[in-house]
Design a protein around this ligand. Structure first.
Ligand SMILES: *Cc1c(COP(=O)(O)O)cnc(C)c1O
Length: 382
């Protein structure tokens, strides 16, 4: 099946009077996180969803420079774009939302995870050149992956595909359901199932095999679940999926993004001034307001607790009134900021809010904050 896709509008070349809303990747932070998680063994840097919002190519490059051995993506097309950009490291794609493009997988040298007998049969039918395959097992999520009772049938078919020169089986993988727990006991049944699958595949004549199960939480908190490789995504950009609870007694990962936007409008208003749509907030005193040109279309959650804040000039200022599509208003008290003053939405260090704080303010997880950052926010690299 071929599809005609919409042409994206070309990026406008225009001079900005002040710095546009920008998510800047901090490659040194990615490198620090990779080195920390790689201390226990080889890692696959997962850069799906445009590198958790931070820019897939930039995050991938920083991770590879720091020693990551593999890259992981959701879709073969994402992997092939990394190839086009010159990346030579092994790349695995595991979900194939539009099915496996066997020709692209073979020519772009993208390994594919295959999680059912049907999917493997289709791939073997389609493949004209050998495609490298990781057999994916359901390890307790019922969200993709071959059920354990179908493993013998999957292996029989894989052998036929291999003997016909259509596939090379190079790995077996699973995915842990308790990806947000720093508790090895919760992983134990799935670690045992993975061992069983690996041993069964080895006995069926597939060797060598790279076996992989865990993601960031496992890399940080459960060395026994590592096998040959861990696939780290959230951790690359500084998110520990086990959250604050896991940080007790250990140092947090390094936050790898700084999201900034300029003040575009300022005013001084009297007490009892309603702000924004529906006047959902009313000032309780004479105060200064700064309007910042990012809103929910840029990934600022609309459902925020009243303590949500941004940092300007080293101080935190609360967001007041509803988040609009393209803008937010902050109450800056006695201080009037000039147009073009830079607000930090999130970033490492100082008074800047963290991604975890944004998740707490919005009642969500840090992953949805970073992957929700809109397309018009400029991505840059420090
Ligand atoms: C997203 C994903 C990962 C990475 O998970 P993190 O918790 O973000 O490190 C690993 N494996 C698979 C199959 C995934 O879908």
């Amino acid at each position: 099946m071929t599809t005609i896709t919409q042409e994206r509008m070309p990026a406008a070349q225009h001079r900005t009077r002040f710095e546009a809303p920008t998510l800047q990747l901090l490659p040194d932070a990615v490198a620090e996180n990779v080195r920390r998680m790689r201390a226990g063994g080889p890692v696959m840097a997962v850069v799906k969803a445009d590198g958790y919002g931070h820019g897939a190519l930039a995050v991938a490059s920083a991770a590879l420079d720091a020693g990551a051995e593999w890259l992981g993506v959701t879709d073969i097309a994402e992997g092939s774009r990394l190839r086009d950009a010159g990346i030579t490291a092994p790349i695995l794609a595991w979900l194939h939302p539009s099915g496996i493009d066997a020709a692209l997988a073979a020519t772009a040298r993208i390994d594919v995870a295959v999680g059912s007998v049907d999917e493997l049969a289709e791939l073997i039918d389609d493949a004209r050149m050998p495609v490298r395959v990781h057999l994916q097992l359901d390890t307790g999520m019922a969200r993709g992956g071959c059920p354990v009772q179908d493993l013998p049938a999957l292996l029989r078919l894989a052998r036929r595909g291999r003997d016909a020169g259509r596939i090379d089986v190079v790995g077996v993988m699973g995915h842990l359901p308790q990806a947000d727990l720093a508790d090895p006991r919760a992983n134990l049944p799935w670690v045992m199932r993975m061992q069983h699958a690996r041993d069964t595949a080895l006995r069926a004549g597939f060797a060598p095999l790279v076996t992989h199960l865990g993601a960031t939480a496992a890399a940080l908190h459960d060395p026994a679940s590592r096998f040959d490789l861990v696939r780290i995504g959230a951790g690359l950009v500084g998110i520990d999926p086990a959250g604050r609870s896991a940080l007790v007694g250990r140092s947090a990962l390094a936050q790898a993004g700084r999201f900034t936007a300029p003040v575009v409008h300022g005013s001084e208003v009297a007490a009892r001034t309603p702000i924004g749509y529906a006047g959902a907030y009313v000032t309780d005193r004479r105060t200064h307001l700064s309007v910042i040109g990012v809103g929910y279309a840029d990934g600022i959650p609309r459902e925020l607790s009243p303590t949500a804040s941004v940092e300007i000039a080293g101080r935190r200022h609360r967001i007041v009134g509803r988040v609009s599509m393209d803008q937010i208003v902050v109450d800056t008290g006695d201080t009037a900021y000039a147009r073009g003053s830079i607000a930090t939405i999130f970033g490492p260090g100082g008074a800047a809010p963290s991604v975890q704080e944004w998740a707490d303010w919005a009642g969500t997880i840090p992953h949805t904050i970073v992957t929700g950052i809109g397309a018009r926010v400029v991505r840059s690299v420090a």
